[in-house]
Design a protein around this ligand. Structure first.
Ligand code: PLP
Length: 485
């Protein structure tokens, strides 16, 4: 029991101040490694996010303590090998602990290289920026380095807003967009749940994704619009693509009205869809783009905003404006840059982009066969490369009356979602991990590492085929057993 009302913050007592330099009861690295599942759960609930724990428990994910990860697999406390088709929402292009990336990091540490590069120029940040400019088409030449996708996207909307020259620059974004959760980009992340009652950036409006007429109407009716922000492939929306005509239309429309186009490639970029940037296959170049996730080789937290030189120079090109949005403390930190440099070289040396395209085709073909076998369960298979969405039928109507009361007792998050049941059972019974989708509970996202081979696709698809063979009723019953068992 608290001896004060919950809304009153505690006062730090005097003995606390007088404790001086005595070391508090801290856990060591060895303690952390040795935590058992029960203690991990307690600490997570007490100090991290109890609500999230509840969700992990529903899916049975709380029973896995990962001890090691390598390539396409996690290994848990019981030596169980779990095939990773989740891939950290696209953060693990190289799989887990790619030896070449580990080696580069080790060398960097052994040589006693420096990390924070605020006072002096950083050779690592400079080389990484050069590499990104070399890969990026057109004059996408200027690079801002940060530590996450959200930070890269914040930098993207800031540089575009300043370069647009509009006084009350308004941003257009798409329905079902996801651009991050920091307050600026939260304003253009189309989720009432995430936006809640936060005070957001006001000058914004929303159009349907992939609808050129709607975008044209918006831009032509509102001269304040200066920036259009779009994921090239919507990830959180459930792996949604737009046509080449749309993207060419977006480019032409933006040119005509002097509006800047920001392409969010945080999830769909970095080779995931079979080209380095997803926009490349449409033959267009945006004014600003952003990368993160696999940019850090699965080992470092790093994101990058890349702007056309002209755009960047307009925003921050003079000594007077240069510091308006310069790197934050950890932007361009040494080991993250070295990791990203080695990762980019590995991406091309191992032809992982080509692998993404060909193994992606194989995965899509196998999933389409499975869809043909279970048309009552799978509604759609879509995507490109190794960014694939598997949409299930809305099962609530297909469910026999007798089972409906059972489902009704389930948590709200799961009621309408066959993907939750399938994901939980794929892990429990087949040792396969998949990802869920923010805005469409019926979609499972498959974003395995780009090192994935056809053998792993077969393992995954055989597991899915076998599970779906239980039928909707069998799957629902088996899932409910996990909840009451
Ligand atoms: C398209 C897109 N943009 C931005 C972000 C935000 O990236 P981060 O989680 O690294 O901040 C994400 C994250 O999932 C994303 O998918």
């Amino acid at each position: 029991m608290l001896d004060r009302p919950a809304h009153v913050a505690p006062v730090i007592d005097e003995p606390y101040f007088r404790r001086g330099p005595a070391k508090p009861a801290l856990l060591s690295v060895e303690d952390a490694k040795a935590l058992d599942l029960r203690s991990m759960a307690e600490l997570f609930k007490e100090h991290v996010n109890p609500g999230q724990f509840h969700f992990m428990k529903l899916l049975g994910f709380h029973k896995v303590k990962v001890e090691r990860a390598e390539g396409m697999y996690y290994y848990d406390q019981n030596g169980r090998k779990i095939l990773d088709f989740f891939g950290g929402f696209g953060s693990l292009a190289f799989g887990h602990n790619h030896p070449r990336i580990l080696d580069a990091r080790r060398r960097f540490q052994d040589e006693g290289r420096h990390e924070i590069a605020i006072a002096f120029l950083s050779q690592y940040a400079a080389a990484l920026a050069k590499n990104l400019a070399t890969i990026s088409p057109g004059d996408l030449d200027m690079v801002f380095l940060g530590s996450s996708g959200s930070e890269a996207m914040e930098a993207a909307i800031k540089v575009a807003e300043r370069a647009s020259g509009r006084r009350n620059c308004k941003i257009v974004h798409a329905e079902n967009s996801f651009h991050g959760k920091t307050k600026g980009v939260l304003s253009i992340t189309d989720s009432t749940l995430y936006q809640g009652d936060f005070k957001l950036v006001e000058n914004r409006c929303k159009v349907p994704f992939g609808d050129l007429e709607a975008l044209t109407r918006a831009i032509e009716s509102d001269p304040e619009i200066g920036v259009v922000v779009l994921e090239t492939v919507q990830g959180g929306g459930g792996i949604i693509e737009a046509t080449t005509d749309y993207w060419r239309g977006v480019r032409a429309l933006c040119d005509k009205h002097k509006v800047l186009w920001v392409a969010d490639e945080v999830q769909c970029g970095y080779g995931r869809t079979g080209t380095f940037f997803a926009f490349e296959r449409h033959g267009v170049v945006p004014d600003v783009t952003a990368l993160a996730k696999s940019l850090g080789g699965g080992k470092a937290a790093i994101g990058a905003m890349i702007a056309r030189r002209e755009v960047y120079m307009k925003a921050y090109g003079t000594p007077k404006t240069a510091m308006i949005h310069a790197h934050a403390t950890f932007g361009g930190i040494g080991e993250a840059c070295v990791t990203a440099i080695e990762a980019l070289n590995t991406l091309y040396d191992e032809d992982l982009i080509g692998n993404s395209a060909s193994v992606g085709d194989y995965l899509l073909a196998r999933l389409r066969d499975i869809k043909a076998k279970y048309p009552d369960i799978i509604k759609d298979v879509r995507g490109r490369g190794l960014m694939v969405g598997l949409e299930f039928q809305d099962f609530s109507r297909a469910l026999p009356f007798a089972l409906r009361p059972m489902v009704a007792i389930l948590d709200d998050k799961l009621k309408g979602s066959l993907s939750g049941f399938v994901g939980a059972l794929l892990l429990r019974d087949y040792d396969c991990l998949v990802a869920f989708t923010e805005y469409n509970r019926n979609v499972i996202r498959l974003e395995p590492p780009l090192v994935c081979g056809e053998d792993e696709v077969d393992t995954f698809c055989d597991a899915l085929d076998d599970l779906l063979g239980r039928g909707i009723v069998g799957i629902v019953k088996d899932f409910i057993k996990t909840q009451i068992g």
